[in-house]
Design a protein around this ligand. Structure first.
Ligand code: MG
Length: 470
């Protein structure tokens, strides 16, 4: 009897040891490893283009769920109103003007197929920061920070790259509004598709691009389920020319733009699903935002800034305020956040979440948002600078924004105006920037003028990489 008890307890111990050693099934559930990070970045999607941000006919159920179960930020800013500088700022936590992406007057504002510049090698990206912590790093989507070999994502901390190197409307055979407004023809845009450093397709079949990006993103997450990973997922959509898979065509009451948004929303759902299937969802921060506001001259083929004024290319709210969604079940406290946040804050926030080291040898422009995400504390960001190229067009502090230069961008003919007197708006009362408070609030205006002066004095513009061309 005593021997039998001993035998059973030995067997019990062995099975316990077997369970403990069988790590295959449980590794992805462990939470003692640093969290994963997924950043999904839209192209030219406006503040008003999600159903959860007020669009009446676009349906984005997967994104709406993230906004509801995570945090929905309604005063969230991208650091530039156009592609390349916006992307560089997100990845480095620094205003574009500091990192060679703020050209002088008359310079180019983004990289083109004849550009030879790129995000400078000495800049430290989120991917490089996390690699120091042993993360696996991948980018799926549009890079737009230099397409020559010395500037590709694999030189900036990414282990792998699948996507297009610049905007999906470049290398155009015919560049006209008519070409964007016709039934899209992939052959009109001779954009390459790259795997790491090799061109694997040209022109890219953009009709299946969202679907293929999604498959690659799911593959990256699955392959790296047992390591901490960082996935940067900048969609090529919903920049014109618009393309969607067959399955999504003619499905949305919003028309073609709504069809494309539906496919992007499906894609977000697929990313969340694989995280859930692998039990990684609670250990993964998912961020969703956009690189700049809607491209208004594309008319109904472009997006909507909702109640905000103007769009892409401008420092009106519609150009730079974008939807911000943060999702991480049990870590991010659900709610709507009206405090200020920016894509500039992702690097320090991710550093704080993962225990990575923020670069300490250079000025940084981001703030750690973790106390807001986890405890709904007040945001550490109390101001934001609206640069256009090297100029400060506007600044925001707290509720108020002062404009010093304005530019409208409804057509190809921008109207740039250096204001004799600054305009002042209370953005929380007046998000559409309609009612000038400059006369009524001189003390607040003075404070904002001082803030602009401080940045003008302290921020040194780096030589523009954007003006380097063949
Ligand atoms: Mg863009």
């Amino acid at each position: 009897m005593k021997n039998l008890v001993q035998l059973f307890s030995t067997l019990g111990l062995i099975s316990l040891l077997l369970i403990a050693c069988n790590t295959d099934d449980v590794t992805s559930e462990t939470t003692d490893r640093p969290p994963n990070v997924v950043v999904i970045f839209m192209d030219d999607m406006g503040f008003g283009d999600l159903s959860s941000f007020g669009h009446p006919t676009i349906e984005t159920p997967n994104l709406d769920r993230l906004a509801r179960e995570g945090q929905k930020w309604t005063n969230f800013y991208t650091a530039s109103s156009v592609c390349s500088p916006s992307r560089g700022a997100l990845l480095t936590g620094r205003y574009p003007v500091r990192i060679g992406l703020g050209p002088a007057k008359g310079g180019k504002r983004v990289f083109f197929p004849n550009s030879t510049g790129g995000l400078p090698a000495e800049e430290i990206t989120i991917a490089e920061m996390l690699k120091e912590k042993g993360y696996k790093t991948g980018i799926v989507g549009k890079w737009h920070l230099g397409h020559l070999p010395q500037h590709l994502p694999t030189t900036q901390g990414f282990d792998s790259y699948y996507g297009i190197p610049y905007s999906n409307d470049m290398d155009a055979v015919e560049w006209s509004l008519a070409a964007f407004f016709r039934a899209p023809d992939i052959n009109n845009w001779n954009v390459p598709l790259m795997q790491d450093t090799t061109i694997i397709e040209r022109p890219t079949d953009q009709t299946t691009i969202t679907k293929r990006y999604t498959e690659k993103a799911v593959e990256f997450i699955t392959e790296n389920k047992d390591h901490p990973f960082f996935l940067y997922f900048p969609h090529s959509m919903i920049h014109t020319p618009l393309f969607a898979s067959e399955k999504f065509l003619n499905t949305s009451p919003r028309g073609f733009y709504g069809d494309v948004m539906s496919e992007v929303d499906w894609s977000v759902g697929q990313v969340i699903k694989v995280l859930e299937d692998l039990n990684l969802d609670k250990n993964t921060l998912v961020v969703f935002t956009s690189d700049n506001g809607p491209w208004l001259m594309m008319q109904e083929y472009g997006g909507s800034a909702g109640l905000l004024t103007n769009g892409k290319g401008t420092t009106w709210e519609g150009g730079m305020r974008v939807p911000g969604i943060f999702y991480m079940p049990e870590t991010v406290q659900p709610g709507t956040i009206t405090d200020l946040g920016s894509t500039l804050d992702l690097l320090p926030t991710i550093a704080n979440l993962t225990g990575a080291q923020i670069p300490d040898d250079r000025p940084m422009d981001g703030f750690n948002l973790m106390p807001v995400l986890t405890q709904k504390e007040k945001s550490a960001r109390d101001h934001f600078i609206y640069y256009r190229m090297q100029d400060i067009y506007a600044v925001r502090k707290g509720d108020y924004k002062a404009h010093f230069i304005t530019e409208t961008c409804y057509t190809r003919d921008n109207q740039r105006t250096v204001l004799e007197k600054p305009l002042l708006y209370n953005l929380n009362h007046d998000p559409s920037e309609k009612y000038d408070k400059a006369e009524a609030e001189p003390a607040i205006l003075e404070e904002l003028v001082d803030l602009a002066e401080k940045y003008k004095t302290e921020v040194v513009a780096a030589e523009s990489e954007l003006d380097k061309v063949e």
